[in-house]
Write a protein that binds this ligand. Structure first.
Ligand code: NI
Length: 166
């Protein structure tokens, strides 16, 4: 396994529509292993292949509940219910945060690294992450959903309010 370089906003890879994965071979497995290692290294919640410069439909999402990394190949959202509004950032937009409204419950259908289809459902942060990462595969960033990045004061106030609410 190896760490891959995460590209940042402005890189053309982040604006492209990615092609489906068609070969479930050792190259794909190496990509998924590298993406998971890279994500774990930076302590992120999700990573999409275009963020490491690969224009294929594959993402890694940290499943909050099981604390495991989900590999989603050719994923699509099959159910999205209710709403949640919360803090969102992106490894390709470092050091910035915004408030984004997403579905509260999201179910995805995807292939695993061997090409077998499965479904996974999540709520909270993981549901948010499904939406965020899948948008990367179509060349979109969460920044399209916000009217401004949070200032340091706004971020601090948000985190304090969240702590009080727990
Ligand atoms: Ni992102």
């Amino acid at each position: 396994m190896a760490l891959r370089k995460i590209v940042e906003v402005g890189d053309p890879c982040l604006a492209k529509v990615c092609r489906p994965v068609t070969a479930f071979n050792s190259r794909l497995h190496a990509l998924l292993d590298d993406m998971t290692e890279t994500l774990a290294e930076v302590g992120g919640a999700g990573l999409a292949a275009p963020q490491v410069g690969i224009l294929r439909r594959a993402v890694i999402v940290l499943d909050e509940e099981s604390e495991t990394y989900l590999e989603l190949v050719n994923p699509e959202i099959v159910k999205a219910e209710d709403e949640q509004t919360g803090l969102e950032g992106c490894l390709s937009v470092p050091g910035k945060w915004g408030i984004v409204t997403r579905p509260a419950v999201v179910r995805v259908r995807a292939q695993d690294r061997y090409g077998d289809w499965f479904e996974a459902e999540a709520e909270g942060m993981t549901a948010r992450c499904f939406c965020h990462e899948l948008e990367h595969l179509d060349g979109h960033l969460y920044t399209e959903h916000i009217d401004h990045f949070l200032s340091e004061e706004e971020l601090r106030a948000y985190l304090e309010a969240e702590e009080e609410g727990e």
